[in-house]
Design a protein around this ligand. Structure first.
Ligand SMILES: *Cc1c(COP(=O)(O)O)cnc(C)c1O
Length: 232
């Protein structure tokens, strides 16, 4: 199948899963993860009207953004070094991977400097895998409370990555816990937190059933990457 057919199929499956979870068919936003994918193939997707792309490397994102024109929306989804924050300011719609306090301070610093609001998701390490970054579920509420001191850092929700498994059902409790963590923070802190970014090519339908608002799909849309850059 080609990229367009992949996208069509993914959209249909997302719509069906959205309905199963009591939401409108178009309720879930699809971020096409284009890391390692060349500009022509990204352009092909843009050509059929898909506009939202995710990258996990700053330089790669900036290069593609420069070469593909201003009409696309870019999300940063990878581990972000503090010294690269400056390069992302004003260039991305959403940073999915706010995973530590020192990064929050740096994002705030550049938001203030630029006089811009920067939208972020807090990355939560639900399972506590050493190989993955993120705030533990137990500490998420206090982290969110502290972030309220940075008015230009707009927290729009939570993000997680489930441990890799061939069986997507293994990811279900992880996604459920992220939703519960979000719901509790909403209740206790009165925050809006509209987006849960969870679900990748192997487990996105389960993620949607558990309440994902954003799924991040690379392989399901572009096919196997020749070089594996799954981060975390
Ligand atoms: C690579 C990546 C994805 C997409 O992975 P696929 O399994 O190809 O869908 C999603 N999220 C993050 C953070 C990634 O690094």
């Amino acid at each position: 199948m080609n990229i367009r057919q992949n996208l069509e199929q993914v959209k249909q499956l997302c719509a069906a899963a959205s309905k199963r979870s009591g939401r409108a068919p178009g309720a879930v936003k699809i971020v096409a993860v284009s890391k390692t994918v060349d500009r022509n193939r990204i352009g092909e997707l843009a050509g059929v009207g898909h506009t939202v792309f995710g990258e996990n490397r700053v330089q790669e994102l900036l290069n593609k953004q420069a070469s593909l024109g201003p009409d696309l929306e870019w999300h940063f989804i990878g581990h972000l070094q503090r010294n690269k924050v400056r390069q992302l300011v004003g260039r991305v719609a959403l940073i999915h991977s706010l995973d530590r306090w020192s990064l929050a301070e740096e994002i705030n610093r550049y938001a203030v400097k630029a006089g811009l609001v920067i939208a972020v998701l807090v990355q939560v390490n639900v399972v506590g895998e050493d190989s993955k970054s993120g705030i533990s579920p137990d500490e998420t509420q206090s982290f969110l409370r502290d972030l309220a001191g940075f008015p230009l850092v707009r927290v729009e929700g939570l993000m997680t990555m489930a441990p890799y498994s061939v069986n997507p059902e293994h990811a279900r409790p992880v996604f459920r816990e992220l939703r519960e963590t979000r719901d509790e923070a909403r209740r206790k802190l009165g925050l809006d937190l509209p987006y849960l970014s969870m679900g990748m090519s192997t487990d996105y339908l389960v993620a949607i059933e558990e309440g994902a608002d954003i799924v991040r799909l690379g392989t399901a849309i572009f096919g196997q990457r020749t070089c594996h850059l799954r981060e975390g």
